[in-house]
Design a protein around this ligand. Structure first.
Ligand code: TGC
Ligand code: FAD
Length: 405
């Protein structure tokens, strides 16, 4: 694993004063375990993420040294079984972890959600016992980094038309050719879970390992969003995939889409974290900032902004909590997950913008988190299915008519 040293980025001495809003006393709906998990991750974010994140985002570096720390916290694959070194937690705990990580930064949540939901989950769900035992414990500890390759240069919203292909190689293995685009963590990943179409056959998943001949993962530069997360391509030129690296227990697009359901659920919680951070900063700033001899919080227009923010955050919290309760019973449908991802990310992006306005000119600086969250959320509203794709999934669910075909 390549690393970016934390020494190169100065730690901020500013105290993270975040206080989470809980307007409807939703903490009463959480168990002791949920509260403990939340407090552990919140404290860690205050101590290890808040002091460095603006610095990393500014220079466009990924704080890879946080991977093993997230592993130690149990934030990587938290709801997978303890047998594989994971937390065995429920879906609400998983959501809370994503909320707290994204309160720090969407890029940090991305590191954890790709690792847990898009790499560890498919290996657990679709892999053999040998594959689980080989990869999951190291991934859970953050000693190994994984990435997920579905999107291609010419096939984003429509992954079913993918060109990446697998040609049978006689002994149950394949020869992999093609390219994937916009892949979180790919340049630093030790393994990639990659989806390709078997020639004249179904889509299958394979585990590609760093160093396999014909495999490269160039970085994508010039991002103004998720600057503390590393994104790249995956390029396969006649890469030989042995049988033991083929995921045996799934075929078809439902394989990768099943992983996306898990990750989108986490994002619905994560976006609440980003929104809470912006709201909290705006509330504090508006009570401290004096104009016309009054705190700006005393002006009706500021109160309207803050009142609308807390209303939307509260609605999103209720939506994700209920989704989590359904997920715990195995009853959260993909369309319900789409609704929550879409609603909560849009809610967060709007709040980041309004909170920025409340901070006036100061709001455009890295002294406050809104611009960073705002820019990050431009990716979050696009990846894991765009805002409009999720709208069409809801539309399809309620009408029974498919706008994609
Ligand atoms: P369609 O015919 O509707 O479905 C094919 C099969 O899949 C099943 N299915 C699902 N299963 C589980 N979860 C879901 N969410 C599912 N959605 C569909 C479906 O039942 C069917 O099963 P079967 O047994 O009949 O074969 O497929 P389609 O080709 O018409 O596409 C539908 C559409 C457009 C909704 C889908 O392709 C889609 O969701 N597109 C968006 C693509 C996307 O979200 N890409 C994300 C890439 S990964 C990423 O962005 C990571 S960011 C990471 C980070 O940093 O956090
Ligand atoms: P397109 O599909 O080309 O969409 C362009 C526009 O057309 C969008 O507004 C879309 O809503 C609209 N559109 C498309 N189809 C329709 C339709 N039927 N009706 C109406 N409007 C439509 N992918 C991975 O596989 N793994 C990763 O780890 C990963 N990480 C990412 C990290 C970042 C920072 C980003 C930005 C993306 C990442 N992605 C990843 C890719 C991401 O999932 C795609 O960008 C996303 O699915 C959209 O695909 P696209 O960019 O090709 O846009």
């Amino acid at each position: 694993m390549s690393t970016t040293t934390s020494e190169t980025i100065e730690r901020s001495t500013k105290t993270d004063q975040f206080v989470a809003p809980d307007y409807y006393q939703l903490d009463e709906l959480l168990s002791e375990e949920h509260l403990l998990v939340r407090s552990a991750v919140r404290d860690w974010v205050k101590k290890e993420v808040s002091p460095i994140i603006e610095g990393y985002a500014e220079v466009g570096k990924c704080p890879l040294h946080l991977f093993p720390q997230m592993g130690a916290l149990g934030a990587l694959g938290p709801s997978l079984p303890a047998k594989y070194g994971c937390g065995g937690m429920d879906e609400i705990s998983y959501g809370i972890i994503m909320q707290e990580l994204e309160r720090g930064d969407s890029g940090i949540r991305s590191m954890a959600s790709v690792q847990g939901s898009l790499v560890m989950y498919p290996i657990y769900k679709y892999g053999s016992e040998e594959q689980r035992m080989k990869y999951l414990p190291s991934l859970a500890k953050g000693e190994m980094i994984g990435c997920f390759g579905l999107t291609e240069p010419n096939h984003g919203s429509d992954p079913g038309s993918m060109l990446t292909n697998l040609t049978e190689d006689g002994d149950g293995g394949y020869i992999l050719n093609g390219a994937k685009m916009w892949i979180t963590n790919s340049p630093v990943a030790d393994i990639a879970v990659v989806w390709g179409r078997v020639k004249n056959g179904p889509i299958k998943g394979v585990i590609v390992e760093k160093g396999m001949e014909g495999f490269s993962a160039p970085v994508i530069k010039g991002k103004w969003s998720l600057r503390a997360s590393i994104t790249g391509e995956l390029v396969f030129e006649n890469v030989r995939i042995p049988k033991e690296n083929v995921l045996p227990n799934v075929q078809g697009l439902k394989g990768p889409l099943g992983c996306l359901s898990k990750a989108r659920y986490g994002i619905s919680w994560g976006a609440i974290g980003a929104a809470m951070d912006c709201y909290d900063s705006a509330l504090r700033y508006s009570k401290e900032r004096i104009q016309f001899n009054k705190p700006i919080a005393q002006f009706q227009l500021t109160q309207k902004k803050l009142a609308e923010m807390i209303t939307e955050i509260t609605k999103a919290q209720l939506l994700s909590w209920r989704l989590g309760a359904l997920a715990n019973k195995g009853k959260a449908s993909p369309a319900q997950i789409s609704m929550a991802k879409r609603n909560n990310v849009e809610m967060a992006i709007k709040i980041a913008r309004e909170a920025r306005q409340i901070h006036g000119g100061m709001g455009i600086t890295g002294e406050y988190p809104m611009m960073r969250h705002s820019m990050n959320l431009e990716s979050v509203i696009t990846y894991e299915g765009t805002h409009d794709i999720h709208l069409l999934i809801t539309g399809m669910d309620v009408t029974g008519l498919n706008a994609f075909k």
